[in-house]
Design a protein around this ligand. Structure first.
Ligand code: SAH
Ligand code: SF4
Length: 440
């Protein structure tokens, strides 16, 4: 009988991409994936530590799985990813949940098969978390579930140390992959039928700074556009400090680079941006938004915003509201500031009370939802290119896909298969998605 595993992935695309590597390893080891946790021989939790809520979700799940394991003592439980990459959290898991069989961090992902082997031979819990990330490991196995869209890392880690953020501590220093390795991975994906690739990094704009060869992110993007044969190329995440006109020009001249930039601004107040250690001003950001719209008038601009950073006054918050009004983001992920142990902001005085954060959050959401809906409404009546993903989760008679600007479109018409680039007329707009009909 083949062994079965079940995996829960928390957090961002980096974790999703790591999960694809874990799936690749498990496939080589003869495991198959199951959605039914109760029948799994191995349960993996690939965790996130970016906000307190993400952490709490993980602890809740570990607790529930512990109960399941009581009925099925042979079941192996593994916790990996960003949470145990922090020493204190790893120790906490070890002490509070002694039934967890394997704990490892983001830096020793490549050692997963050996670690699993040790769990099986030592018959006791194994915990191994490396402090340093080491060299970029190429040629790790990968198993992707989506045949149409894929994520490809171009950098790992982050050097920015934004004062609220745990990522540099749990993902290590920034390391770029060699362009040949990136192009080879994309080449395989294209040969396998993938239509869209998102180039992935915490700050894609600093790509190549640590490489011996002379290449920067616009240069890489140009090469991927010219050489890959992909229908669509995306990239994430851009940092406003390192985002250049050269990049916008490459986007404008490229054939298959999608007209969407995710450019987290975090706050509209210069005072708060400085406390956040973001390295740019509100004026600089507004300049970038203008630049983008001058070169690429149809381009979508999305962002991340944090509400209630320590010391944020009503006036600072007003600056954020005004910025959201002015920029008119297509979409924004809005977060309540969450103190993270070990980050400078965690110890800053004047932490904002929860009730104030919540109240500001609601006001920001109102502005953003209104602005986002306006942006979407402007598309009603237009015909756009949609990359079909398949039937919608909520209604199997409706197809779903995304525009080049990364907006979800649910559309009707004759059935077309996943991976089809469809011409769709937009018939209605919602805050987070569009409705449409296939052009006959
Ligand atoms: N590298 C990307 C993504 C980092 S994490 C970037 O720089 O944009 C994704 C988002 O989570 C961040 O953009 C930020 O808005 C949010 N975030 C990170 N740490 C946070 C914290 N401590 N509290 C609230 N939101 C946080
Ligand atoms: Fe975190 Fe800042 Fe790095 Fe993004 S750029 S991962 S917010 S430290």
């Amino acid at each position: 009988m083949t062994k079965k595993y079940s995996m829960t992935v928390f957090g961002c695309q980096m974790n999703e991409r790591d999960a694809e590597t874990l799936r690749g390893f498990l496939d080589q080891l003869g495991y198959t994936e199951t959605e039914r946790v109760a029948e799994a021989d191995l349960v993996i939790m690939n965790t996130c530590a970016v906000r307190q809520k993400a952490e709490e979700k993980v602890y809740g799940l570990i607790g529930r799985l512990g109960k399941l394991k009581e009925q099925n003592p042979g079941m192996l439980l593994a916790v990996c990813g960003c949470l145990p990459q922090q020493e204190k959290a790893a120790q906490k898991i070890r002490k509070k949940y002694p039934f967890v069989d394997l704990i490892f961090g983001t830096h020793n992902l490549a050692a997963f098969p050996e670690l699993l082997q040790r769990v099986q031979s030592e018959r006791g819990p194994v915990m191994e978390v490396w402090d340093e990330a080491g060299e970029v490991a190429e040629d790790l196995p990968v198993m992707r579930r989506d045949g149409v869209k894929a994520w490809v890392n171009i950098t790992y880690g982050c050097n920015n140390y934004c004062s609220y953020c745990v990522v540099p501590y749990v993902r290590g220093r920034e390391r770029s992959r060699r362009p040949e390795a990136i192009l080879a991975e994309i080449g395989k994906l294209v040969a396998g039928g993938s239509k869209e690739v998102t180039l992935l990094g915490q700050n894609v704009n600093s790509y190549g700074k640590d490489l011996s060869e002379k290449i920067d992110f616009p240069g890489l993007l140009e090469r991927v556009d010219r050489e890959s044969g992909l229908a669509r190329i995306r990239f994430m995440t851009s940092h406003p400090r390192d985002f250049t006109e050269k990049l916008v020009a490459v986007m404008a001249e490229g054939n298959n680079i999608c007209e969407h930039v995710h450019l987290p601004v975090q706050s509209g107040s210069n005072r708060i941006l400085e406390l956040m250690n973001r390295g740019y001003t509100r004026e600089h950001y507004l300049g970038l938004a203008e630049l983008l719209r001058n070169y690429l008038p149809g381009c979508a601009l999305t962002t991340d915003l944090i509400v209630g950073f320590p010391g944020e006054t009503e006036e600072d918050f007003q600056d954020t509201l005004a910025l959201a009004e002015e920029v008119r983001f297509d979409a924004a992920f809005t977060f309540l500031y969450s103190p993270r142990r070990g980050t400078p902001a965690c110890n800053m005085p004047e932490q904002v009370p929860a009730a104030v954060k919540k109240e500001r959050f609601a006001r920001l959401l109102e502005v953003q939802n209104r602005r986002g809906l306006e942006r979407n409404r402007a598309l009603v009546g237009c015909v756009v290119e949609v990359l079909t993903e398949g039937p919608s989760k909520t209604d199997p008679n409706v197809l779903t896909g995304r525009t080049r600007t990364n907006k979800t479109v649910n559309f009707s018409g004759r059935s077309v298969g996943p991976g089809t680039l469809a011409e769709v007329e937009i018939t209605a707009a919602q805050t987070w998605s569009l409705l449409g009909r296939l052009v006959p």
